[in-house]
Write a protein that binds this ligand. Structure first.
Ligand code: MG
Length: 460
C-alpha cells in the first residue's frame, strides 16, 4: 500500500520539532521538490500562528520560486481558508505551514492539491522521489518567479461561507458565542463570521501567539476546562474551540459541557438529513454508533471510510456526498468545500440551534447514548503483518469490517475497532458500548485475545 512507502509525509503532511527535524533547510528542499512537481504556479502559501512560520514559509517560497512557480502569500490563515483560496485564485496547489493540533514546539508543511483538497498519498510519494533524488528542475534565470502578497481574502471567504447559510434566521436569534481559537489563526475568521451572523461574540485565547500561552492546540475536554468554565459563568449559548489551524471545532454547551465530536457531527447530520432526505453522510470506521444510528433513523445513508481526513474528502467527491465528519471535530460541508472547516461547522451548529429553537444541551440529550473506551497494546515489531493477517479470527461479533484494521460489531450495539498505529508498534483498541463498563469489558476481552495471538506467534 502506498502509505507504507512514504518517508517524509505522515497522515497530515510533514511534521517535526522546529529547528530539530523541521528546519529551514528541509523546507527549502520541500519547496524545490514541490515546485519541480507542480511545474509552475501559482501556489497559495499560508501559515498558522506557530513559531517558525515566517522562516519556513520563506524557505518554501524560495524553493517554489527557484523552480519557476509564482507564489501567492496569503499570510496568516486557517488551513480551510488556504484550501478555499487555492481554488479561488485558480492556483496549481497550495502549502500551509502548520502542525495543526500538535504541541507548540512542532511545525509542519501541509500540501494542497489544485482542487483545494489535501494532497493524496500517491502524489506525496512522487514529491518525495524528487526530494530524495534531489532531481530539482531549477528555472532558467529569466523564469525565476516572484512572491506576491494577497491578504485581502477574508471578505471573499466569508461571503462564500455565508452563501450556504440561512443568515437571517441565525441573525434573529442573537446568540451569545464564546470563541477559543487557541491563540492561533481561527481568531482571524470565526469571530468575524459569527459577528456577521448577528452573534454577540467574545473570545478567550484570542490573540495570535505561537507559544500557545492559553492552552494546548488540541481541543479536548481536558484542555478546554477553563474555556468551558467561562462559557458556563457568562451564560453563553455556544462555545467554539478550534485546533491550531482551525479546521476543527469542538463545542461547549450552555451548561459548560464539552461536547464530543461524534455528538456534534450527529447533530449536524440530523439537521442536514432533514433538508436533504436520503443523502449520504461520510465518516471513518472509527466513528461512534451515535452517528450511524442518527443517520439511519433520519433515513440517510452512512458511508464508511478508513481513518484520515483525506479518505473522507476523496470519498465525498467520488460519490458526490455533501456531508462528512470525524470524531475529532472535523466537519466537511461539501457545498462550501469537501474539507474540514472549523468556522463552517460552528455556523452549521448555530443554524440548527436557530432552526429548532433548541439549546445545544437539548440537541445532545436527543441523541442515542454510547460510551467509548480507548486502549492499546504493544506488539513486537516483526509481528506487524502477521497480526494484521490474523486479526479477523479474534472476532466474536456478528459483523466484521476490514476497511481499516478490524471492526467487529456485537449484537448489543457495541463494537470494537482494532488497528495498528501508523507511527508506533502498538495496536489501538477502540470499543463502544451502551455503558462505560460494557465498553471497557469489550476492550479487555479483545486485548486478551490479541495478547493470546501475540504469545502464540512468539512461541512458534
Ligand atoms: Mg487541524
Amino acid at each position: 500500500m502506498s502509505e507504507k512507502k512514504r518517508r517524509l509525509f505522515g497522515t497530515n503532511g510533514i511534521r517535526g520539532k522546529l529547528n530539530v527535524d523541521m528546519t529551514a533547510d528541509l523546507a527549502l528542499h520541500i519547496g524545490l521538490a514541490l515546485g519541480t512537481y507542480f511545474e509552475g504556479g501559482p501556489i497559495a502559501l499560508g501559515t498558522d500562528a506557530r513559531m517558525g512560520g515566517p522562516m519556513l514559509k520563506q524557505a518554501v517560497a524560495s524553493g517554489l520560486t527557484a523552480t519557476g512557480c509564482a507564489v501567492i502569500d496569503v499570510g496568516l490563515a486557517p488551513t480551510p481558508a488556504v484550501e478555499f483560496l487555492v481554488k479561488h485564485y485558480a492556483c496549481r496547489g497550495g502549502v500551509v505551514i502548520t502542525a495543526s493540533h500538535n504541541p507548540p514546539e512542532f511545525n509542519g508543511i501541509k500540501v494542497i492539491d489544485g482542487d483545494g483538497v489535501e494532497f493524496p498519498p500517491e502524489k506525496e510519494i512522487e514529491v518525495e522521489e524528487i526530494f530524495f533524488k534531489q532531481s530539482f528542475k531549477l528555472a532558467p534565470w529569466q523564469r525565476v518567479d516572484t512572491v506576491s502578497q494577497r491578504t485581502d481574502w477574508l471578505d471573499d471567504y466569508l461571503r462564500n461561507l455565508k452563501s450556504h447559510l440561512k443568515v437571517d434566521l441565525i441573525k434573529q436569534k442573537k446568540f451569545k458565542v464564546l470563541v477559543d481559537p487557541a491563540n492561533s489563526v481561527g481568531s482571524l475568521v470565526t469571530p468575524r463570521l459569527l459577528q456577521e451572523l448577528g452573534c454577540k461574540v467574545r473570545t478567550v485565547n484570542g490573540h495570535i501567539d505561537g507559544n500557545f500561552p492559553g492552552r494546548a492546540p488540541e481541543p479536548t475536554s481536558e484542555t478546554l476546562r477553563e474555556t468551558a468554565e467561562v462559557c458556563k459563568s457568562t451564560k453563553t449559548d455556544l462555545g467554539v474551540a478550534h485546533d491550531g489551524d482551525a479546521d476543527r471545532s469542538i463545542f461547549i454547551d450552555e451548561k459548560g459541557e464539552v461536547i464530543l465530536g461524534d455528538q456534534s457531527l450527529a447533530i449536524i447530520a440530523k439537521g442536514f438529513l432533514q433538508r436533504n432526505p436520503g443523502a449520504a453522510v461520510v465518516t471513518p470506521i472509527s466513528s461512534s454508533s451515535i452517528v450511524g444510528e442518527v443517520v439511519g433513523n433520519c433515513g440517510g445513508k452512512l458511508v464508511l471510510t478508513p481513518v484520515g481526513s483525506i479518505h473522507i474528502s476523496r470519498k465525498m467527491m467520488q460519490i458526490k456526498a455533501k456531508l462528512g465528519g470525524e470524531e475529532n471535530g472535523g466537519v466537511f460541508y461539501g457545498p462550501h468545500q469537501p474539507v474540514r472547516d472549523g468556522a463552517m461547522s460552528a455556523a452549521l451548529i448555530l443554524e440548527i440551534m436557530a432552526e429548532t429553537g433548541k439549546s445545544l444541551s437539548q440537541l445532545v440529550a436527543e441523541l442515542p447514548k454510547y460510551y467509548m473506551h480507548k486502549d492499546k497494546i504493544h506488539y513486537p515489531t516483526h509481528l506487524k503483518e502477521k497480526l494484521l493477517h490474523r486479526l479477523p479470527e479474534i472476532s466474536q461479533g456478528t459483523r466484521v469490517e476490514t476497511l481499516d484494521g478490524v471492526k467487529i460489531w456485537h449484537e448489543d450495539g457495541g463494537w470494537a475497532l482494532i488497528r495498528p498505529s501508523g507511527t508506533e508498534p502498538i495496536y489501538r483498541i477502540f470499543t463502544e458500548g451502551k455503558s462505560p463498563s460494557a465498553a471497557q469489558a469489550l476492550a479487555e476481552k479483545y486485548k486478551r485475545r490479541l495478547m493470546g495471538i501475540i504469545q502464540e506467534e512468539e512461541s512458534r
